[in-house]
Design a protein around this ligand. Structure first.
Ligand SMILES: Cc1ncc(COP(=O)(O)O)c(C=O)c1O
Length: 396
């Protein structure tokens, strides 16, 4: 075999989302687009805010000299300053441009952070159910992951379980709120309790334990919920995020890292992150997008549309007898699988042309994920299929 055996193994074993997406394409080719209910992919169903198009047209009409050239690996100063101001606005902690590095989305931000902090064999705690790419990202940089379950009903932090998992090898913990796949938001009190726990462990093991806060869904919070500002809660925290969801720009690959100004040795962390952004081959975040998002820090997609879809589907599924926590954010539902085997359930759903991702794909067998960021008419049209599926599983 020509390619690395590890990569081959990963391709074969890892991507449920990709597998289900391909199945969707196959079924659509047979039955037609409107007969397949594809809930597999977390791709925004809304368009970027109007201000995005306005700024894009303005930039095209009045180009800045040299605007497509290289810049500092950290990004344009004006963009870093705009991001720093927006992050500062979320809480009490004042962030400045020097603590911000612009990246090619949250995926790149996570890789840059992990490369910057990990020594070979360092452990990173991830919380099940988790975004599966975390495992690969940590492995990219010589670390190992240790999965710790959140509460199996509420998906909130299980602090005693986290405490038990921390060892002398623990370098970081990745949290993601609002969460993919569960949609939960961690409340401020729990984040502060996590901070207290980490402070004790940092003392015990005489080392920094970083909290990497993966926040691409931070603005997708419903019913008036707010995502608590991580910097106000946890000293050694770093934000990895993007505008993939809040401005609906996942294809444009624009995001950033922001370090808590109180972070241990914050300057060397940022120097490291700038270097890693370069040597990972990202070099810098896309120039055009940096110019635009500098102007769009107050903008967001219309989250009412997502909230409406969440409510529609949540109400229908609970009425049919599915068990699920009502999520406060992101655009996912994560119900319990009515069959003990979540893969068997997903296969059964496929017979009704409902495409889902099994919890197994998120390190959480016994559940399944619905990405409801799809056309609301498809959601409505899927209801009879859900009813048949519920009956087949002995619900309702
Ligand atoms: C939890 C989580 N983190 C990170 C990412 C990566 O996002 P980006 O498009 O900004 O790389 C995603 C994308 O779906 C995600 O769900």
């Amino acid at each position: 075999m020509a390619i690395a055996s590890k990569v081959q193994r990963c391709i074969e074993g890892s991507s449920w989302i990709r597998k289900m997406f391909e199945e969707g394409a196959r079924l659509r080719a047979i039955h037609g687009d409107d007969q397949v209910f594809d809930f597999t992919i977390g791709n925004p169903s809304v368009e970027p805010p109007e201000a995005f198009r306005r700024e894009l047209l303005q930039l095209a009409a009045q180009p800045l000299p040299g605007m497509h050239r290289y810049m500092s690996n950290a990004g344009f100063e004006e963009t870093r300053a705009a991001v720093a101001a927006a992050v500062s606005k979320r809480g009490q902690t004042r962030v400045n441009a020097e603590q911000v590095v612009m990246t090619c989305g949250a995926g790149a931000a996570l890789n840059v952070i992990l490369k910057t902090i990990l020594n070979p064999g360092d452990e990173v705690i991830i919380l099940a159910p988790y975004f599966v790419e975390y495992k690969f990202y940590v492995d990219n940089h010589g670390g190992t992951t240790k999965a710790v379950w959140t509460n199996r009903d509420t998906f909130q932090l299980d602090l005693p379980a986290i405490a038990a998992a921390i060892s002398a090898q623990t370098k970081a913990i990745i949290i993601n709120s609002p969460n993919n796949p569960t949609g939960v938001i961690y409340p401020q009190a729990d984040l502060c309790a996590l901070a207290a726990l980490l402070a004790v462990k940092e003392k015990e093991f005489n080392q920094t334990i970083y909290v990497i806060s993966d926040e691409p869904y931070a603005r997708l919070a419903y019913d008036g919920h707010q995502v608590p500002p991580i910097f106000d809660c946890i000293q050694n925290s770093i934000i990895a995020t993007s505008h993939s969801k809040d401005l609906a720009l996942p294809g444009e690959r624009i995001g950033y890292i922001a370090a808590n100004p109180q972070l241990d040795e914050v300057t060397s962390f940022i120097d490291g992150a700038i270097f890693c952004n370069r040597v990972l081959g990202f070099v810098n975040a896309p120039a055009l997008m940096q110019r635009l998002v500098a102007k769009l820090q107050e903008e967001s997609v219309d989250i009412n549309e997502y909230q409406q879809k969440r409510d529609l589907l949540y109400n229908h599924l609970t009425a049919l007898g599915f068990t699920l926590t009502k999520p406060d954010g992101a655009f996912y539902l994560f119900p319990r699988s009515p069959l003990a085997d979540d893969i068997a359930f997903v296969n059964l759903a496929q017979e009704e042309k409902i495409l889902l991702v099994p919890g197994t794909g998120f390190g959480a067998p016994g559940y399944f994920r619905i990405a409801y960021c799809i056309d609301i008419n498809i959601i409505r049209r899927s209801f009879p299929a859900w009813e048949r599926l519920a009956k087949k599983c002995g619900l309702s």
